[in-house]
Structures are given as structure tokens and as C-alpha cells.
Design a protein around this ligand. Structure first.
Ligand code: NDP
Length: 245
């Protein structure tokens, strides 16, 4: 039996792309998933698909840039399922731009969602996981958390930060039996490019997705990390399309 059966998993960014695919894969493998994002219609629909297929899912509308809402998400999960085995910090946005364009509000949004959202999630679940003496925090970074290119300055900065934060959690919480995993996808065809407001950059990203992976490829790497025996921490996984440079 997979080591995922019965696990209570909070998943942010569950309303589309990698999060949606991961919710389905984990629920099909026996996890109890708590779906979080801002678009309630998408979450309601996803819950109903999972339940129709025999899985267990609940949802909580959550803006990860709100500390109070993320704390509420953790409380809701405890009230509903009694524990939190896994947190997947997957919510993210990618409004790429050149620095000289000075899209300050986009810089702020990326920092709020991609960095603060991850920190708020970790802060919200740690008290419960420390009490349980068991837990697993999975943070979705990116290949752009390893390398940087033109127009990626802030986005890459947030994804480097995610890797740094996750490594610190690993060191601080190892003695509490809390394991960590960093997931670094390469190109995956999702709605992520919708937040890019510079049309040329948006087009070049979408053009590069002709070799992109489906979100299920990333979902399966997350399933792999969760499924390992409790003493095995898969600390980082990089998954690129074979044809991505
Ligand atoms: P999508 O745009 O399809 O999904 C992003 C998800 O994040 C949505 O569910 C969205 O839901 C949610 N989200 C955005 N802002 C917030 C917020 N403030 N509060 C709560 N949820 C929010 O893109 P992907 O599936 O591709 O992205 C998932 C993760 O994977 C991101 O962290 C991204 O950076 C990372 N990634 C993606 C790659 C790719 O090529 N696609 C490559 C490398 C990493 P809603 O709008 O309903 O709130």
C-alpha cells in the first residue's frame, strides 16, 4: 500500500495547472486533500470530480498573500480531518518583465504570493506538525530557482528564496521528524503565463511550451516524494521536459 493512503494534504494553488493535477493524483492514491486557492467555482468543481471518482476532498477559499486566511486554512484542516500530514505550497504567479519597465505592483504581488505565501503556509502548519512529531512540507520552486535569465529577475528571486526557505526548514525541523521537498519544474503547460502583461514576453514563454510537460508529470513527482517511507526525505526534485535546454 502506498504511504499516501489516508494522509491529510493541504494543497495551495489547487484551482488549475499543477495543483489541480496533483489534487487528482493524490486523491486517487488515497490521500484526503484540502484544496485552496481564490477561485471558488474551480475548487467546488474539482472537489466534485474527486468525490465522484471515490476520493476524499474538501476546499477552503484562500488567498495565500493573507496571513490570516492561511492560518484559517490550517485551522479548517484540523477541524475537518484532525491532523495535517502534508502541506504543498504550490500557489504561484509569474508576471515576467524587464526591470526597466518598473512594474512595481507586479514585483510586490510576486513577493507576496511566491515568498510570503510560502512562509505563511509553513508558519501555519508547523505548530501542528511539531505536536504530531511528524509532517512533510513540499514547496514548489522552479528551474528558475536554479538559473536566471532576462525578464526573470523577480520571479527567479522568489523561486531562489523558496529553495532557501525550504532548506532552512529542513535543518530546523529534522529533529521533529518533519521532512521537506523542493519541487523544481521546467516548462509545464498551464495558465501560469496569463499573469504576464508584456505581450512579447508572454508570447515567447508560450512558444517555448511546445515541448512542455503536462501538469501530471509534476503531480507524479510529488506523489513519489510523499509515498516514500517516513525516514526517507526526498529533498529536491528537478523535472524538465526532455527537449528543454
Ligand atoms: P497556474 O496558473 O495554472 O496555477 C497557479 C495556481 O496558483 C492557481 O491555482 C491559482 O489559483 C493559484 N494562486 C495564484 N495566486 C494565488 C493567491 N494569491 N492565493 C491562492 N492561490 C493563488 O500555474 P502552474 O500550475 O503552472 O503553477 C503552479 C506552481 O508551479 C507555481 O508556483 C509556479 O510558479 C510553479 N512552476 C510552474 C512552471 C510552469 O512552467 N508552469 C514551471 C516552474 C514552476 P487562483 O487564481 O484561483 O487563486
Amino acid at each position: 500500500m502506498l504511504n499516501v493512503v489516508g494522509k491529510v494534504v493541504i494543497l495551495t494553488g489547487a484551482s488549475s495547472g499543477i495543483g489541480e493535477a496533483t489534487a487528482k493524483v493524490l486523491a486517487n492514491s488515497g490521500a484526503k486533500v484540502v484544496l485552496a486557492a481564490r477561485r471558488e467555482d474551480r475548487l467546488r468543481e474539482l472537489k466534485s470530480v474527486i468525490v465522484q471518482e471515490g476520493g476524499i476532498a474538501e476546499y477552503k477559499v484562500t488567498d495565500v498573500a493573507s496571513h490570516a486566511e492561511v492560518e484559517e486554512l490550517a485551522r479548517y484542516t484540523i477541524e475537518t480531518f484532525g491532523r495535517i500530514d502534508v502541506l504543498i505550497n504550490n500557489a504561484g504567479i509569474m508576471p515576467l518583465s524587464f526591470l526597466h519597465e518598473k512594474k512595481v505592483s507586479e514585483w510586490d504581488q510576486m513577493i507576496d504570493v511566491n515568498i510570503k505565501g510560502v512562509l505563511y503556509g509553513i508558519g501555519a502548519v508547523l505548530p501542528y506538525m511539531r505536536e504530531q512529531k511528524k509532517g512533510h512540507i513540499i514547496d514548489v520552486s522552479s528551474v528558475t530557482g536554479h538559473i536566471v535569465r532576462k525578464t526573470w529577475a523577480v520571479y527567479s528571486g522568489t523561486k531562489f528564496a523558496v529553495r532557501a526557505i525550504t532548506e532552512a526548514v529542513r535543518q530546523e525541523e529534522a529533529e521533529n521528524n518533519i521532512r521537506t521537498t523542493i519541487i523544481c519544474p521546467g516548462g509545464v503547460a498551464t495558465e501560469l503565463s496569463n499573469t504576464i502583461t508584456n505581450p512579447d514576453i508572454k508570447k515567447s514563454i508560450e512558444d517555448s511550451w511546445d515541448v512542455a510537460l503536462s501538469p501530471e508529470a509534476i503531480a507524479h513527482s510529488i506523489l513519489y516524494a510523499i509515498s516514500q517511507p517516513e525516514n526517507v526525505a526526498v529533498n529536491e526534485i528537478i523535472v524538465r521536459p526532455t527537449k528543454q535546454e
